[in-house]
Design a protein. Structure first.
Length: 226
């Protein structure tokens, strides 16, 4: 399961991330983007045009969908309960509904080490405590380099919550080597670049990390592939 959180500056980051995901990604992808409570969200249409995966707003009490991007609708928290999506009109968190932390916490509770959390550009600190919960459960956190993000507060807060200051950094084309790898540091389970990356942006690097081979060793759950 891949859970993604973003806020200010997040639409473009999401577009680039989604563009690199494969059509056969054997994982559930759930997205929260801070948005106004009223009105219509065009995010499913935007992300559907950006990459090969189908997209839709989440519906209440529906089974999780593999190789599908499910997006929190306006003014409702998106949660995971076992192998279903749940929508909630509970109190705002960090002045937002939907918020990132509720999704991350619920994913950590039900899917533990089968969760990959991704934090992109955003203001304030939503997602930090949820990312810490994912890491505590044995999951992996990918964080956009704050220096590359349009708004760095959310990435920085997540790095602090994960007790590390080693973010995913964009490659240096002058020094990059053909190979690259990822490994979670001790205690934090934060995925960090340790090799030369051949991508123009950290979003593309994250999309490559989420290739199908990464899920081959994951424990199967009741919903099958994650």
């Amino acid at each position: 399961m891949v859970v993604v959180g973003a806020s200010a500056g997040g639409v473009e980051a999401l577009r680039i991330l989604v563009a690199g995901l494969p059509a056969d990604l054997p994982a559930v992808v759930l997205v929260v983007l801070h948005q106004p409570a009223g009105g219509h969200s065009a995010l499913p249409r935007i992300l559907a045009r950006a990459g090969p995966l189908p997209t839709s707003h989440a519906l209440h009490a529906r089974p999780l969908k593999v190789a599908h991007i499910t997006i929190a609708p306006p003014d409702q928290h998106l949660l995971v309960h076992e192998d279903m999506t749940v929508l909630s009109d509970g109190p705002t968190e960090h002045h937002h509904r939907p918020a990132v932390d509720p999704l991350f916490r619920s994913a950590a509770r039900w899917h533990r080490d089968r969760v990959i959390g991704v934090i992109l550009s955003g203001a304030l600190n939503d997602g930090a405590s949820g990312a810490a919960a994912i890491a505590l459960g044995g999951g992996i956190i990918l964080v956009q380099d704050p220096d590359d993000a349009a708004h760095s507060s959310m990435p920085r807060a997540t790095l602090t919550a994960a007790r590390t200051r080693r973010p995913l950094r964009p490659p240096n084309s002058a020094t990059s080597s053909p190979g690259w790898s990822w490994a979670p540091p001790s205690r934090a389970n934060l995925a960090v670049s340790r090799g030369g990356l051949q991508h123009a942006s950290p979003y593309a690097a994250m999309a490559t990390w989420l290739r199908p081979e990464r899920f081959a060793s994951y424990r199967p759950g009741r919903a099958g592939r994650r």
